[in-house]
Design a protein around this ligand. Structure first.
Ligand SMILES: Cc1cc2nc3c(=O)[nH]c(=O)nc-3n(C[C@H](O)[C@H](O)[C@H](O)COP(=O)(O)OP(=O)(O)OC[C@H]3O[C@@H](n4cnc5c(N)ncnc54)[C@H](O)[C@@H]3O)c2cc1C
Length: 654
């Protein structure tokens, strides 16, 4: 709880100083101190879990067209909104269906030999390349990526609406802030300052309304863990919006009283797991198991599932390790932070989300290694908004080169692995196979790719890679001409429980050179962001992950667009929203393998065996593996840590 909140709750500064050592925001609901009495609240008998639906839709995995992808907006990212049909077609034809296997040996050999080839231009790949370049500035490095632009999950969308330029993250949204807290909690990587990112930010203020609507710094924090950072409307079918229900114990929400008590019990719980092996213990069970152990009512899973999935765990409570839930500060794990003396991180922190999300940070990596790749100087503004100079990415005489729209299909040692001096990398570009060679390779792609592409893997690596299951996400950026319909309700974010999606939010922009990059005024254009996961509770993990992906792939752009229009009209129509008038554009960013789903045993292994991620972190001949998924907690600093480790492993090989 921060000081202004406390003052609202009628306490003096002295009270706050005393309280803040042991009591957090979670102890106050609507300004009333709750706590010990909660233990006495009656628990409701478990309700029946929502019936799981096996999703067996026949989704085409190749031969998709532009109508499936939909519009990509403006600017340099316009051809690369998530996994586009080009990316999906190439990956499925070349890798899944192995359509080019017979032609591999006749690939065009460019004759190029690199010190390092990196597969993947996301944070992990760029961090591996940067690690190598910092150590050996004159070495030659090639980065290959199958997308039309660098960034991996850290890219941006751009719109222009009524003369106003708008930006939004395609995926990766923000960096924990303040940075001092991020450093203390390990949610930071030293490359942040190395690439020239600012250390402190200021944010724009709301204008154009007499209402004092709280607009969050980022769209993630208010999803649950810091609900007080936004004015949120909970929409209930047949009832409409209930404003900020967490502030008054869901008093006005049309839900059973018993469920309200369960919500409060969940929110206020901060009982730690008091055992020395608490981390291993949490990892030995699913988050659902932990909720059961804590005697939480099964109905709260419906509330938690989309949050758990969207914040970074991919699927819902039944699929993920309770330790994974702890990593993302989920309810019933907060007590562990207090026990460790860290305090409740949600009381002080949020994300700093730049106009292009973490894509804005990633552009600094690109500018650092290939200075001409982005027009302009190395000022913050130029790096964020400068045009990409496509020719400069793959310039012949520069130490780091980047080759895009290149799907790597085959990576193998030349000669026997233990004596091999080089690795052969074959990739598909413009419908042709090409080959380069490298003294070392970092595979900064996920395990669903690595297990198909890297040849000669031993059974140990294969088994470890098979342990990885990935969940999809759909990120929608909805550009609106105004958001008066939200102002009317008095909200900057919305949560709902039925229909399409579950959450949308505005965010405040950071000031850039003292100016706001886009307005924050209900009468002016803005982007509403929707992060949509596909949990299917009840299905075993492997099936659930595939079924969820099929759900995502089976939706054409038109289907998505219709669903968004219908959902927004249902919720905001009564408040003056008119889809035809108010929506200027929607960009759909599909991420088929958005997040690793860290199942029980992901972090500490199963049956006394080392965790699969530790197996993969070992170098394989002249190759090393780097991807944020190896951390089980996909955030960009972890991608950078994995990339740096893999870069160092390859450096140590020669
Ligand atoms: C919706 C969403 C929201 C997120 N929000 C946040 C957030 O707020 N904060 C945060 O810190 N993190 C967030 N993340 C996670 C974080 O951004 C990612 O973990 C990180 O960006 C991933 O970097 P990476 O390099 O590990 O992988 P990726 O970004 O996946 O990069 C791997 C690259 O390799 C390419 N590739 C794969 N196969 C091949 C092949 N065969 N040939 C060539 N190239 C290939 C991929 O296309 C991709 O470009 C979010 C992620 C998603 C999906």
């Amino acid at each position: 709880m921060n000081v202004p909140d406390a003052q609202k709750a009628g306490q003096s500064r002295t009270d706050v100083a005393v309280l803040s050592t042991s009591i957090t925001r979670r102890d106050f609901v609507g300004g009333t101190l709750l706590g010990s009495g909660l233990a006495l609240l009656a628990m409701q008998a478990p309700s029946v879990l929502r019936q799981a639906q096996a999703q067996t839709l026949a989704a085409p995995l190749a031969g998709l067209g532009p109508d499936w992808t939909g519009p990509g907006g403006l600017g340099d990212y316009a051809r690369s909104n998530g996994n586009t049909h080009e990316v999906v077609n190439a990956a499925h034809e070349a890798l899944r269906n192995d359509a080019y296997r017979a032609q591999l040996d006749s690939a065009h050999d460019s004759g190029e030999l690199y010190d390092l080839v990196v597969v993947g231009a996301g944070f992990a790949g760029l961090s591996a390349a940067l690690t190598y370049q910092l150590e050996r500035p004159h070495a030659r490095c090639l980065i290959l990526d199958n997308h039309a632009i660098f960034g991996g999950e850290a890219k941006q969308n751009e719109f222009e609406v009524d003369g106003v330029r708008l930006w939004a993250a395609q995926g990766s949204h923000g960096q924990m802030y303040p940075l001092a807290d991020a450093q203390r909690w390990g949610e930071y990587h030293h490359f942040y300052s190395k690439v020239g990112m600012p250390e402190a930010f200021q944010w724009q203020r709301l204008s154009g309304t007499a209402k004092n609507i709280k607009v969050p710094w980022d769209v993630y924090s208010p999803m649950h863990y810091a609900w007080e950072q936004a004015d949120t409307g909970f929409y209930y079918e047949g009832h409409g919006f209930t404003l900020n229900p967490w502030q008054n114990g869901f008093r006005d929400a049309p839900i059973p009283e018993s469920l309200k008590r369960e919500y409060l019990a969940m929110e206020l719980n901060k009982e730690p797991v008091s055992r020395t092996d608490w981390a291993q213990w949490l990892d030995s069970m699913s988050y659902s198991d932990l909720l059961e152990a804590k005697k939480a009512d099964p109905r709260i899973k419906q509330y938690l599932d989309p949050i758990v999935a969207a914040v970074g765990l991919g699927l819902g409570c039944d699929a993920v390790s309770a330790y994974g839930a702890y990593n993302f500060l989920m309810p019933y794990t907060v007590g562990q932070f207090l026990e460790l003396g860290i305090g409740d991180p949600s009381d002080r922190s949020h994300l700093v989300s730049l106009p292009g999300g973490n894509g804005s940070i990633l552009r600094h990596f690109v500018k650092t290694m290939i200075p001409d790749a982005i027009a302009g100087s190395r000022t913050f503004k130029d790096v964020l908004f400068g045009a990409v100079n496509w020719q400069a990415l793959d310039g012949q005489n520069q130490p780091v080169r980047m080759r895009l729209s290149s799907t790597v299909m085959d990576v193998r040692h030349e000669g026997a692995r233990d004596r091999s001096e080089s690795v052969r990398v074959t990739y598909l570009k413009d419908g042709r196979l090409h080959r380069v060679r490298a003294k070392g390779v970092v595979m900064a792609s996920g395990q669903w790719i690595n297990k198909r592409v890297v040849r000669g893997l031993s059974a140990t690596y294969r088994e470890a890679m098979e342990f990885f299951h990935h969940a999809p996400m759909l990120t929608l950026n909805v550009a609106v001409r105004n958001w008066k319909f939200m102002e009317k309700v008095g909200i900057s974010a919305a949560r709902w429980f039925e229909g399409f999606g579950w959450w949308l939010s505005l965010k405040r922009q950071v000031l850039i050179d003292g100016s706001e990059p886009m307005p924050l005024d209900p009468n002016k254009p803005a982007v509403l962001q929707m992060y949509i996961p596909f949990p299917i509770p009840g299905l075993p993990l492997a099936q659930q992950a595939v079924a969820a992906r099929m759900q995502l792939f089976s939706m054409s752009y038109q289907v998505i667009e219709k669903a968004v229009l219908a959902q927004l009209t249902k919720m905001f129509g009564p408040h003056g929203f008119d889809a035809a008038r108010d929506i200027a554009g929607i960009i759909a960013n599909r991420w088929g393998h958005a997040y690793i789903v860290p199942q029980p045993g992901f972090f500490y292994g199963v049956g006394g065996k080392p965790a699969a991620k530790e197996v993969i972190r070992q170098p394989f001949g002249k190759m090393a593996f780097a991807h944020s998924e190896l951390s089980g907690m996909q955030v960009w600093p972890n991608a950078a840590k994995e990339g740096e480790r893999a870069g160092q492993q390859v450096l140590a090989m020669s």
